[in-house]
Design a protein around this ligand. Structure first.
Ligand code: UDP
Ligand code: MG
Length: 211
């Protein structure tokens, strides 16, 4: 009787543990756009690491505002201690509001080896990574989309100069992380160069078979 109670409790705790999908791909590959659609259809909570950093950057009196601003403009990756703290806080806040909301899309993270080891050090045992959704898209298409977005986005990094650096960071630092996950059989690849609706059809096939 006691044992079965504990068993039930442990099962419940495991079920409630945050279930995470990492969403990766080059700048402008479609991560944010597709995440919004996944949220609507599958009820995940979308956490964009870039958005969390941008909002921290613009906070009054924040210790890291200037560092974050310059890293973003230079297309460099912010030290993981900062990013992971923002991600974990956002997850905890969501689950404190509603403990049943334990599925998360973490968009634009992990972007390099420092991010990945930071995640493993802080989140192993706290959250499970279900799989990595990878939007595969050529650099040319990514650059073109970001320049187009830059006309209205107001982002300090959607310009030709920052984009060159972001693409370089992506190729040098992020792609190897995706390749690592690929070896573990965790990557679900989608052709990100198609139209938004076509890409979402492919995304749905993945989520329908995973859930
Ligand atoms: N960034 C970072 N760590 C992260 C996510 C983003 O340092 O985990 C910074 C990095 O400088 C990156 C920028 O934020 O180039 C913009 O990231 P975002 O994901 O918003 O860009 P996207 O890939 O969606 O265009
Ligand atoms: Mg984005």
């Amino acid at each position: 009787m006691v044992i079965s109670c504990w068993g039930a409790l442990i099962r419940k705790l495991l079920m409630m543990r945050p279930q995470v999908v990492f969403v990766l791909g080059g700048p402008g590959a479609g991560k944010g756009t597709q995440c919004a659609k996944i949220v609507k259809k599958y009820g995940y909570t979308h956490l964009s690491a870039g958005d969390l950093l941008r909002s921290e950057r613009s906070k009054e009196g924040t210790e890291y505002g200037e560092l974050i601003a310059s890293f973003i403009k230079e297309g460099k990756i912010v030290p993981v201690a900062i990013t992971i703290q923002l991600i974990k806080k956002a997850m905890e806040e969501k689950m404190a509001q509603d403990s049943a909301k334990n599925t998360f899309l973490i968009d634009g993270f992990p972007r390099n080896a420092d991010n990945l080891s930071g995640w493993n050090n802080h989140m192993n045992g706290y959250a499970d990574v279900k799989f990595v959704l990878f939007f595969d898209c050529s650099n040319e298409v990514c650059i073109e989309r970001c320049l187009e977005r830059g006309k209205a986005s107001g982002r300090t990094d959607d310009n030709a100069e920052s984009l060159q650096k972001r693409i370089q960071t992506y190729m040098q630092s992020t792609k190897p992380i995706i390749d690592e996950y690929e070896k573990e059989g965790k990557v679900r690849r989608v052709d990100g160069a198609k139209t938004v609706e076509q890409v979402f059809l492919d995304v749905q096939k993945i989520f329908d078979s995973e859930n």
